[in-house]
Design a protein around this ligand. Structure first.
Ligand code: NAD
Length: 487
């Protein structure tokens, strides 16, 4: 167990707009990690699921493979926990120094994570990985005997929630005559067995399955949600059933897809069980750049008039998003990402938000290699116009998997922390929603009354500064006042 002290502050703004600052002495305590972490992926047979399993197992087995550009080995490029660093300062010669996140914090080694999960498709992990068309042929052959024995656990299938075009995949499903309680109990017992058979201390459940349509359920608390389950309410989506089973078994539940799984009742249920949730929708490519560029343009005083994003992809995710209700879920998470930047700058946006459109097309030919095109059209000095256009091509799942790894490792880390605010407070864990993970999600869910931050650099500063604090440094201000000469 490690304990560190720091000073937090708040501002108090009076009715005339004058503000004052209050300082609150705080104490952070970090519990050590236990010996074994398990991850159960819902949608393990999809592109992200199979790429995650293949990547981590290839690293663990030390596999190297040949490609047209030479021999490769697994490097977790794109993972903040493995390669990202925190600036710690400058030495007397002015040289900058940093430390890797995983050197600072007591996080699990990715190769020690025990993996399993569910899929509505019965393909074993080798067949599913072949279909995903992400992994190089040579690597795939070398991985075959590791991944072929991995079979997905049967899952909850509701054709009402994912696209109709996914129906042929539904070959590994729980009985359709099950009640919602039967489903939840079955998933809970899968989790308990996985934990027992692998001798795990802790399991995280991650929704990485197809995007669902939004639920229309309006349950505001746990009691209403439980009543809806007892009444087999058709608006209780599979992802909500997984979130409930995870909470019931003491597990953190993370949602990597855009649908509105983490509503108030699901959060209240996790709170009741003392577990955590995090989400929603992995922030991997186009939206990640948008959370950088919108912030950069507006904070430089430039006024974006329109932001238009197109992308096309040809993997199974693209096929599922080709139907209107599932696209709608994605459109919402992709569009919300500029809200905080715009709302905070009324001087630039006195008349509302810039025009903002998101278009996604399913183009089978490009497979997992997603192409994203964006145009940022802005007003500058003297009514001038500025157009910034971008083309971004990348293997979708190879961008997503390092972020999935980060979400799992940081979620586990943040769930082991307590903070004491003020001398008379008792130490408390973070709120039920692990909003410290906001950096990794397109539409971060926060705790009640907690501000929503989408802007990338604020999200990054939040994590960087937290890690600085736990090694005894103050938050970074980058002012370098003592080094700017003049004495
Ligand atoms: P995918 O279509 O390849 O995989 C989804 C898997 O989920 C499939 O194997 C499908 O059979 C399975 N599935 C569907 N419903 C299920 C259920 N109820 N229970 C268990 N399994 C179920 O998609 P993907 O590319 O792996 O993406 C997964 C999710 O992550 C999608 O919702 C996608 O929008 C989201 N996402 C992906 C990225 C990215 O890849 N860069 C970024 C952000 C979000």
């Amino acid at each position: 167990m490690k304990t560190v002290k720091f000073i937090d502050n708040n501002i108090i703004v009076d009715t005339n707009g004058n503000f004052s600052v209050t300082n609150v002495p705080c104490e952070i305590t970090i519990q050590p990690r236990k010996s074994k972490l398990g991850i159960m992926i819902v949608g393990i047979g999809g592109n992200n699921g199979t790429t995650f399993i293949a990547g981590l197992l290839a690293k663990k087995a030390g596999i190297t493979w040949d490609t047209t550009t030479g021999k490769k080995s697994v490097k977790y490029y794109g993972s903040m926990s493995q390669y990202g660093s925190v600036h710690i300062g400058y030495d007397s010669q002015g040289a900058p120094h940093s430390r890797l996140f995983n050197d600072i914090a007591d996080m699990y080694n990715p190769e020690d994570i025990v993996m399993g999960g569910w899929d509505i498709c019965k393909d074993n992990m080798y067949d599913a990985t072949v279909k995903a068309q992400v992994i190089d042929y040579d690597l795939l052959q070398k991985l075959k005997h590791y991944i072929e024995p991995i079979i997905p656990i049967p899952s909850i299938y509701s054709p009402d929630f994912i696209a109709k075009n996914q129906a042929p995949r539904a070959t590994n499903v729980l009985p359709s005559e099950n009640t919602l309680r039967d489903n939840i109990n079955q998933i809970a017992s899968d989790i308990i067995n996985f934990k027992k058979w692998n001798n795990l201390d802790n399991v995280i459940v991650l929704w990485c399955a197809s995007t669902e349509r939004f639920t229309k359920g309006t349950w505001s608390n746990r009691d209403e949600l439980m009543e809806a389950i007892d009444n087999d309410d058709p608006e209780i989506s599979p992802s909500i059933q997984f979130a409930i089973a995870a909470a019931q078994t003491g597990c953190t539940f993370l949602n990597g897809s855009p649908q509105n799984t983490l509503g108030p009742a699901v959060i209240d249920n996790a709170k009741y069980h003392g577990t955590f949730v995090g989400g929603e929708d992995f922030k991997t490519g186009q939206t990640k750049i948008k959370s950088v560029l919108a912030d950069w343009l507006v904070s430089s005083g430039i006024k974006p008039l329109s932001i238009v994003s197109y992308n096309h992809l040809g993997n199974n995710d693209g096929k599922n998003l080709d139907e209107a209700p599932q696209f709608k879920s994605k459109e919402i998470t992709k569009k919300n990402v500029i809200d905080d930047v715009v709302d905070e700058n009324p001087a630039i946006f006195p008349d509302g938000h810039p025009d903002h459109a998101v278009v996604i097309k399913y183009i089978p030919a490009v497979g997992d290699s997603k192409r994203a095109m964006d145009e940022y059209y802005s007003e500058i000095f003297l009514g001038g116009r500025h157009t910034l256009a971008m083309h971004n091509t990348c293997e979708d799942s190879l961008l997503a998997v390092p972020i999935i790894l980060d979400i799992i490792l940081f979620a586990d880390f943040f769930s082991r922390i307590t903070i004491k605010r003020g001398d008379s407070d008792t130490p408390k864990p973070f709120g039920t929603v692990l909003s410290m993970l906001s950096l990794f999600f397109k539409a971060p869910v926060t705790n009640q009354a907690e501000p929503l931050v989408n802007a990338f650099f604020r999200q990054k500063a939040c994590i960087d500064n937290f890690f600085r604090i736990i090694i005894g440094l103050p938050p970074a201000d980058h002012m370098l006042l003592s080094r700017r000469g003049g004495a």
